[in-house]
Design a protein around this ligand. Structure first.
Ligand code: XBP
Ligand code: MG
Length: 228
């Protein structure tokens, strides 16, 4: 591996954001006058479906709510994204341990930095503004997010798009993920993956990951950069 860039997943990897996403979904349901409520157990189950719109569609099918039309789901997701971005703008969002040090190390070594995420671009913007007071492309060299790809994780599309925007081959980058879907996506795109499981993904199967760590505190990718 000739390491030239680090590619980070967002939700669960940069920060523990899924409880905020869950609260935003429930706020959207309330705003729309629906009696839907996603508790932790329900959300944890639905989280194996990546993408908020796709997650809503799965819930509709599983809850027998087929009378809810796609336009309503799209409107609910817009309400949810507005609620989520408002939450991030108000609250203090903390990066997970070791993430900032790794970003600083990459910059110091002249490596590229990118994001490859299923979440909506507006949410990436809100997170970067909340954490760094900067826009995504002021912090990262490339961002691949949400509906920019036709098929979301575990498909490789979003990592392939991030690599394309970095102008790098898969063996020149290292991916950081928190979920099985993320590992499958990065591996299918040919990348080595470091996993730091998050609250909702602790029990998932991370087969294929190069390392599984509690967090990124003290993690140094340099030895992987030197490996054959
Ligand atoms: C996590 C996801 C997203 C978020 C919700 O993305 O799967 O769907 O849960 O965000 P990742 P949206 O771990 O790849 O960052 O509602 O905008 O999809
Ligand atoms: Mg994630």
């Amino acid at each position: 591996m000739t390491l030239r860039a680090l590619i980070f997943d967002v939700d669960g990897t940069l920060a523990e954001t899924e409880e905020a996403h869950r609260a935003a979904f429930n706020a959207a349901f309330h705003q729309a006058g629906l009696d839907w409520h996603w508790d932790r157990a329900t959300y944890g189950r639905l989280l194996t479906t990546t993408g908020g719109k796709e997650r809503l569609a799965r819930y509709r099918a599983e809850a027998g709510l087929d009378f809810v039309d796609p336009e309503t789901l799209a409107r609910l997701h817009k309400l949810k994204t507005a609620a989520y971005t408002r939450m991030l703008a108000q609250g203090a969002l903390a990066l997970r341990p070791g993430v900032q040090a790794l970003i600083d190390q990459a910059r110091g070594r002249g490596w590229g930095l990118a994001l490859a995420t299923t979440t909506s671009p507006a949410n990436v913007e809100a997170l970067c503004l909340a954490v760094w007071q900067k826009r995504p492309l002021q912090m990262f060299d490339a961002v691949a997010a949400g509906d920019e790809v036709a098929v979301k994780k575990p498909a490789p599309d979003v990592y392939r798009l991030a690599l394309e925007r970095l102008g790098l081959r898969p063996d020149q980058a290292l991916a950081f993920e928190d979920s099985r879907n993320g590992v499958l996506s990065a591996r299918a795109a040919g990348l080595e993956v470091i996993v730091t499981p998050s609250t909702y993904t602790m029990a998932e199967d991370f087969s294929g990951a190069a390392r599984i760590l509690p967090d990124l505190a003290g993690f140094d990718p340099e030895p992987m950069a030197q490996a054959g």
